[in-house]
Design a binder for this molecule. Structure first.
Ligand code: PEP
Ligand code: MG
Length: 576
């Protein structure tokens, strides 16, 4: 059985259609007339612009604003002066043919992005590849594939670019399968938005399947079953039907408040990485932004963003969310998030090194600029500040001093801001969790970052496949810390949220609720399901779960939590 990474939930059953890469060969040629070459290049740019604009409009009408945004980024690549000029210069200076020059310069940038250990920038490399392939095809006069689908199929390909994905006629696409790609690839994101089951990263896919082969694809587990027997067909048809039924049920919870049967209210908020994610978050019924990871804003550029640029972004978020909270996390770079133009030193243990608040406290230029921008925007909505990676009281107090400094600078200039802005801290380092009783006297709220808290508590690198079986939020040591943090916060009268991935683990949610977690912040696609779960259980029942922490064994805890959902939730919704 073939297996890949399930990136878009659901089951697809049907015939395979393989989409071939219509490859082209690029020869290096010395040309006689570089003006003609420059002309070929500029006509190809113009043709590409028109094609991408068309795909953008189609995506806007058929998929959504966020996905159409990908093609706005593609259009911007076509307008990137540095990139275009570099290609033109190579044509002019070395009398090279246009397709070779375009391929060479693009290759250089792609290599640079791929060399960085950052999933987001690797995606930028994929965008650049998509656009440059189109430019080169246009230079060579190769017709761009329109995939002319006439019947329902499961698409299989080496990789699907975002423009391939948007060009396909959705009514005939039952599912996607690709040999390349990861969970964060744009095609995966689009598949999720279109609610088309998808599996990516399937090793050996194209060598193992044939056109018209009948298969089952499971977008949750990543399983691919060729020529299934009757029993398998029956099993997966039932699963497909049940998933569809559940989805329909979850969607009814999008716009409800989050409250248990016995009236315990909590807040379900969204994690976002850019303002472009906001519409999806609101459409999924978020009650606030629990985490805006501002680092992506710094990563997308070639120099630090100015105070005004940041202010505009934060202000537009605040205004769009009206009175709902928007928690802006100050810059969290370092670790696996590198910013090339910041020239950060290479470290043996980047996750234990110069990152997040440690860097900001030393770089007054960066930190004060960001804090001033956040404070200015706080005048226009319900903004809160969140400091990442706090590990000592000293850091917390210093960070607060920086806020005071930023406030004083604005006051001096007569610029308005919310003088009662809340400043909270991420609890993602065990020392902070252990000192949460003391820290709660100085912070206005906590947000538990389980992604890091798990790795630091269990000494398990969050990105290392070899030890991934040890990386779990169900480790009782991690759960004990979470419970302690919530208790300590409440004793001091502050509220606690969680913005790590664990907040949307449906199996864990009843236990978190029992511990008293006030806010759950997650990828917005999970909000309807988690709300459905909470709204169909009783807080008083969940409280009986608190003794699972004494079980000691991870599997025992998981079993008990599963049993709880089976016995106590009127509508069951258990994820992985
Ligand atoms: C976390 O550590 O849980 C968290 C939300 O932060 P990040 O994933 O950005 O490190
Ligand atoms: Mg973190």
């Amino acid at each position: 059985m073939l297996k890949g990474i399930g990136v878009s939930s659901g089951v697809a059953i049907g015939k395979i259609k393989i989409i071939e890469d219509d490859r082209y060969a690029i020869e290096k040629k010395i040309v006689e007339n570089e003006t003609i070459e420059l002309q070929r290049f500029s006509s190809a740019l113009e043709a590409s612009r028109k094609q991408i604009q068309k795909i953008h409009d189609k995506a806007m009408a058929e998929i959504g604003k966020d996905e159409a945004g990908i093609f706005e980024a593609h259009l911007m690549i076509l307008e990137d002066e540095a990139y275009i000029k570099e290609i033109e210069k190579l044509i002019q200076d070395e009398k090279l043919n246009a397709e070779f020059a375009a391929d060479k310069i693009t290759g250089k940038y792609i290599e640079m992005f791929n060399g960085l250990d950052d999933a987001y920038l690797k995606e930028r490399a994929a965008d650049l590849k998509d656009v440059s392939t189109r430019i080169i095809r246009n230079i060579l006069g190769i017709t761009i594939n329109d995939y002319n689908l006439k019947e329902e199929v499961i698409i299989a390909a080496n990789d699907l670019t975002p423009s391939d994905t948007a060009s396909l006629d959705k009514k005939y696409v039952l599912g996607f399968l690709t040999e390349e790609g990861g969970a964060a690839s744009h095609s995966a994101i689009m598949a999720r938005t279109l609610e088309i089951p998808a599996v990516v990263g399937v090793e050996g896919l194209l060598d193992s399947i044939r056109n018209n082969e009948f298969i089952i694809l499971d977008g949750d587990t990543g399983d691919i079953i060729s020529n299934p027997g009757v029993k398998q067909l029956e099993k997966y048809s039932n699963k497909k039907e049940n998933l569809l039924k559940s989805k329909k049920i979850y969607s009814q919870y999008k716009d409800k408040e989050t409250v248990t049967i016995d009236n315990k209210k909590v807040v379900l908020a969204a994690n976002i990485g850019s303002p472009a994610d906001l519409d999806t978050a609101l459409n999924n019924g978020c009650e606030g932004i629990g985490l805006f990871r501002t680092e992506l804003f710094y990563l997308e550029r070639t120099s630090l963003p100015s105070e005004d640029e940041q202010f505009e972004v934060y202000k537009s978020l605040a205004e769009k969310m009206e009175d709902k909270p928007v928690i802006i996390r100050t810059l969290d770079v370092g670790g696996d998030k590198e910013i090339p133009y910041m020239d950060l030193p290479k470290e043996m243990n980047p996750f234990l090194g110069y990152r997040a608040i440690r860097l900001c406290l030393e770089r007054e230029d960066i930190f004060l600029t960001q804090l001033k921008a956040i404070l200015r925007a706080s005048f226009y909505g319900n903004i809160k500040i969140l400091f990442p990676m706090i590990s000592s009281m000293e850091e917390l107090m210093l960070a607060k001093e920086f806020v005071k400094k930023a406030e004083a600078a604005l006051t001096e200039k007569g610029i308005p801001f919310n003088e009662n802005i809340e400043a909270g801290i991420m609890i993602e380092v065990p020392s902070a969790a252990l000192m949460s009783g003391l820290m709660a006297r100085e912070a206005d709220f906590f947000s538990i970052g389980t992604n890091d808290l798990i790795q630091y508590t269990s000494a398990v690198d969050r990105g290392n496949k070899k030890v991934s079986h040890l990386y779990t939020e169900f480790n009782p040591g991690v759960l004990m810390l979470i419970k302690q943090v919530i208790q300590n916060a409440h004793k001091e009268g502050i509220w606690v949220g969680m913005c790590g991935e664990a907040a949307s683990n449906s199996r864990l949610v009843p236990l978190l609720l029992a511990m008293g977690l006030d806010e759950f912040s997650m990828n917005s696609a999970n909000i309807p399901q988690i709300r459905c779960l909470i709204n169909n259980m009783k807080y008083e029942d969940a409280k009986k779960l608190l003794d699972v922490l004494n079980y000691g064994y991870i599997e025992k805890i998981k079993d008990k939590l599963d049993q709880f959902i089976k016995d106590n939730c009127q509508i069951r919704s258990v994820g992985p």
